[in-house]
Design a protein around this ligand. Structure first.
Ligand SMILES: [Mn+2]
Length: 288
């Protein structure tokens, strides 16, 4: 593990020291698994650059979360094949967990989550998964690949049945069948808006510990508009913060990732929103 040449929030060295920091941020700029809207490989750097402008004090929690120590790591060399990529992220996440730090991964496309999740399972045994996403990602394979970003929840469900998917507003008929047959816990965006899904009970029923995988396309375009496979009608900033507060205050969260941000020079807002979201999530973890 090596510190990156730039640090999330542009913190002073005192707060990025690997020996004392509570959080390790791993940028993982892999975009092999995306189907359109290239640009996820530039996303981690764009988020870190944007984070320099995030205010260090959180006015809602009345705290300065960075004081727990946040180290940003140098990304490993990113392999070009999905199989080697999965191994690479697993190894990198394992190194963070071995030093008892809370891992935060910035993607990269959603296919990286499978390898990260394996490292969490190795460390903690069974780990439940909360996916915040516009897409169900329950296809067994997509465009001939079982390691596609569109299959990530299929791979995870091979390792745990304790999953909860929230914000979904795009799926195939086959995926819908599977959700019914396997009684998969899934709150569509429609159900979320109508209050037709008891989210609090579903969150409470999920066994600890919990891993959160957050695909930025769960958000409305007014928050994040540059993403690989955009869907209209996502969560507002206030909605996702309220949801995350419920999750972090009820569950032992052992790691999260934020994936599928794309970057374009004409959109500085999306990377800033993602940087601020990551800062909020770290704050909710350590100051629930
Ligand atoms: Mn998605």
């Amino acid at each position: 593990m090596k510190l990156y040449h730039k640090q999330f929030l542009d913190l002073e060295p005192e707060f990025t020291d690997l020996d004392t920091s509570a959080v390790a941020i791993l940028p993982f700029p892999y975009e092999g698994g995306i189907s359109c809207g290239a640009g996820t490989a530039g996303a981690p750097d764009a988020v870190i650059d944007a984070s320099y402008y995030v205010e260090l004090y959180d006015e809602v929690l009345d705290t300065e979360p960075y004081k727990i120590g946040i180290s940003t790591l140098t990304p490993p060399a990113i392999p070009s094949t999905p199989e080697r990529m999965i191994q690479s992220i697993q190894d990198a996440a394992k190194a963070i967990l071995e030093r008892d730090k809370f891992p935060v991964v910035i993607g990269g496309d959603h296919s990286i989550t499978g390898g990260y999740y394996r490292a969490l399972r190795e460390k903690h045994g069974a780990v439940s998964v909360i996916q915040l996403d516009a897409h169900a990602d329950l296809r067994d394979s997509y465009q001939g690949s079982r390691l596609s970003h569109a299959s990530v929840m299929s791979r995870i469900r091979e390792e745990t049945e304790h999953t909860l998917q929230i914000g979904i507003r795009s799926m195939s008929a086959e995926e819908a069948d599977r959700i019914r047959t396997e009684k998969i816990q899934l709150c569509t965006m429609d159900a979320f808006r109508k209050g037709a899904f008891d989210l609090r009970t579903a969150v409470e029923a999920l066994p600890d510990p919990v891993f959160i995988t957050l695909d930025v396309d769960v958000l409305d375009w007014s928050v994040v508009r540059t993403t690989g496979t955009p869907e209209p009608g996502g969560m507002t900033w206030d909605e996702i913060l309220a949801l995350l507060a419920t999750i972090f205050s009820n569950k032992k969260v052992v790691g999260f990732d934020v994936v599928e941000l794309s970057c374009r020079e004409d959109d500085p807002n999306s990377p800033f929103a993602v940087a601020k979201l990551i800062h909020k999530m770290i704050a909710l973890k350590f100051f629930p």
